[in-house]
Design a protein around this ligand. Structure first.
Ligand SMILES: [Zn+2]
Length: 370
């Protein structure tokens, strides 16, 4: 007989989730890495198949979760499962992240963390059975160089060759979602209070500094791909323990597997904490991740999924663009709080009231190396 604990507090649930995220990261972020064609890649493939099975996924098309493909004589494998929804006639949602690594090292933030979150979201969706639509859990191969943005890239092959003709209703892709956001010292010099304090640190401009009130930032691009997403991201603007900053995908380009969905006019969201000092380095290790932040992202993604499930989202042509300036500007103001006006001033702006203002702000921020 099994008993369920009905008195679990939200805090307890969250730390339990953080622990299970860490377990999955440790199962993926092997020291030997998981570059395409290596032993580690094969081990992780099996680990992910087992996890999809445990979670209660069905295979997407064939009898296996593994969807192999060959490109230029090289063998690859996407790993794809489905959590059945209540109305299987509706177009499915997709959550996706790549599992290959760029070097023979753990690459925990890139991208074991995102895969772990995708698995956790699938697990919660299966347990709550709260979605009308099927949820396709797509763990893509070959996102990293030398395959990045080529025909070998797993998400490209999935979209063009492996996806069912019904397509997907909307896609949510994650990359680099396991770390605290740190700021270059140079940028922080502009923030009142902090700037004067840090001014005394030698070599400040070369240092990377963790600012507690900004470490829980999460960037979201793609809101602009559909009006329905503007409504959903706007509605869930203050998730617990996270600061969400929507920004335009074109400011940073197609950094990950969402590119193929964007190009084909599929409503999509891309979640990322951006690059950090351990990006593509052997130092991107599981002990450097923030599992509590990852738990907060997991719950946030569940909220977004429920929103996308219920929202009608007409396919747009790829040129169509939903204006998100108001949402971007109000979130920025909320996140920067009392420092908002000073940061703007430092960037030569008095307010953000036009798209040009926002573009200028985004460029200045990107120049700092974020
Ligand atoms: Zn990468």
């Amino acid at each position: 007989m099994t008993t369920t604990c009905k008195t679990t507090s939200p805090l307890h649930r969250k730390s339990k989730l953080a622990k299970s995220l860490e377990r999955d990261v440790l199962g993926i972020a092997l020291e030997i890495g998981r570059r395409v064609g290596t032993e580690g890649h094969g081990i992780v493939e099996e680990f992910l198949e087992d996890r999809l099975e445990e979670i209660g996924c069905e295979p997407y098309t064939t009898s296996s979760f593994c969807l192999p493909y060959v490109q230029n004589g090289e063998s690859f494998t996407n790993i794809v499962g489905v959590i059945p929804g209540r109305d299987r006639s509706k177009k499915p949602l997709l959550i996706g992240a790549h599992y290959d690594s760029v070097i023979d090292a753990p690459c925990a933030d890139d991208n074991a963390a995102a895969v772990a979150i995708a698995l956790a979201v699938a697990e919660l969706v299966a347990a709550n059975a709260n979605l009308e639509r099927d949820l396709v859990v797509a763990i893509f191969d070959a996102e990293e160089p030398p395959y990045y943005q080529t025909h070998s890239m797993g998400s490209n092959r999935f979209y063009e060759d492996q996806m069912k003709p019904e397509g997907v209703h909307a896609a949510l892709i994650m990359d680099l979602v396991g770390h605290d956001i740190c700021f270059p010292g140079e940028f922080l010099g502009a923030v009142p209070g902090i700037g004067s304090m840090l001014g005394k640190i030698p070599g400040l401009s070369k240092k990377v500094i963790n600012v507690p009130f900004l470490s829980d930032l999460l960037f979201v691009t793609g809101t602009e791909s559909n009006q329905g997403l503007v409504d959903i991201v706007g509605e869930h603007h203050s998730p617990k323990d996270l600061k969400v900053l929507p920004t335009l995908n074109r400011y940073v380009g197609d950094m990950s597997d969402h590119g193929i969905f964007r190009k084909n006019g599929v409503p999509y969201l891309f979640l990322s904490c951006g690059r950090w000092q351990h990006y593509h380095m052997p130092t991107d290790t599981p002990d450097r991740l923030n599992y509590k932040k990852m738990a907060a992202i997991t719950y946030y993604v569940c909220e977004l999924m429920a929103g996308m499930d219920a929202q009608e989202m007409d396919r747009t042509d790829t040129e169509q663009f939903s204006e998100t300036l108001e949402l971007e500007a109000s979130q920025l103001k909320k996140i920067l709080g009392p420092a908002h006006n000073m940061v703007l001033k430092r960037m030569g702006l008095t307010s953000i009231s036009t798209r040009d203002d926002m573009t200028r702000f985004a460029r200045s921020l990107l120049e700092t190396g974020l």
